[in-house]
Design a protein around this ligand. Structure first.
Ligand code: ZN
Length: 312
């Protein structure tokens, strides 16, 4: 039985790719069953594809220029007019290389100099991060208009992260109050991902450890209503996505297991809601470490398999 199936046997789940949501099938909402008296919106796993494109990021002057150049078939360096442009080519006049890219937002073709490609890539990443923030807001049922109004103040990438987190962090005490620990856990993951996207590596690593702490706990609440499935902490499965990020950080910074342990204990100890969880911090570390080592072994086995396949 796979890890996800193990989790499913404890929780009633809907078709989710995420982990470990607790779902109420009748309403299609994730809640801890038997616990929630009042309705509070729990995070959705995904945002429907058709609804993803509501965000229009204001274009920079350069971006507008890039599209115009393509339309005019004009060399960005010497303004030589091409007869036709389909892909990357060299200008016959000034010999500089020109690059054709499809714009990530307008889908228009753009004509760039080689030097402009980096700026293009940065804007593309920034655009994708702002969209991610919008999607996270939708997951937590924050109205899109609220997000857009607050973000449009200066339309910067960093503001998008701040606005998103302001809304999500406001929900956290409510989730705890309602015993929606699965939803709370998801906000910790959102935090980790947002650090990760901003390349704040140490913060991301610590937030992923924090997710690990919640996942060793189920997460569930020992004080939930009678008859509710209690999570067996002994199983304490960890999603590979979290462990992968921790492994990357460990490799990059050459961390010993002792160092990870120290970080883990510090992070878990600082978690303001640690007392809501069934496992004491030190015990949770042991479960986490066991799962982490299991994951590292899996990685090794897969590597060996891949090498063997190459040889065959
Ligand atoms: Zn030219």
């Amino acid at each position: 039985m796979g890890l996800r199936d193990k989790v499913k046997s404890f929780f009633v789940t809907t078709e989710t790719n995420n982990f470990p949501y607790v779902s109420n099938k009748d309403e299609g909402k994730e809640v801890l069953l038997g616990k929630v008296e009042e309705k509070i919106i729990a995070p959705q796993q995904t945002v429907r594809k058709g609804k993803r494109d509501e965000l229009e990021v204001p274009l920079t002057t350069n971006e507008l220029k890039w599209a115009t150049r393509f339309k005019n078939k004009e060399c960005p360096k010497c303004q030589y007019i091409f007869e036709q442009i389909k892909g990357d080519k060299r200008c016959p006049e000034c010999k500089s290389k020109i690059v054709v890219r499809v714009h990530y937002q307008t889908k228009e073709e753009c004509l760039l100099t080689e030097a402009e490609v980096e700026e293009f890539n940065q804007l593309k990443e920034s655009h994708s991060n702002i969209k991610w923030c919008l999607r996270e807001c939708k997951k937590y049922d924050v109205p899109v208009s609220d997000f857009l109004n607050a973000w449009k103040v200066d339309s910067k990438e960093e503001t998008a992260f701040e606005v998103m987190w302001k809304y999500v962090s406001n929900l956290r005490p409510q989730y705890i109050e309602k015993g929606m620990l699965g939803s709370y856990r998801n906000t910790v993951l959102t935090q980790a991902e947002s650090y990760d996207r901003r390349r704040m590596e140490e913060e991301a690593y610590k937030a992923y450890l924090n997710v690990g702490f919640w996942d060793t706990n189920g997460p569930t609440n020992t004080q939930t209503a009678d008859g509710e499935n209690k999570f067996e902490c002994q199983n304490a499965p960890q999603p590979r996505q979290t462990l992968k990020k921790i492994k990357e950080y460990q490799d990059k910074n050459d961390l010993s297991f002792e160092q990870i342990e120290a970080d883990y204990l510090l992070v878990a100890d600082k978690d303001v809601y640690k007392n809501q969880l069934p496992l004491p911090v030190e015990q949770s570390w042991l479960y986490f470490l066991r799962e982490y080592k299991k994951y590292l072994t899996e990685l090794k086995i897969n590597e060996q398999k891949a090498i063997r396949n190459q040889l065959v």
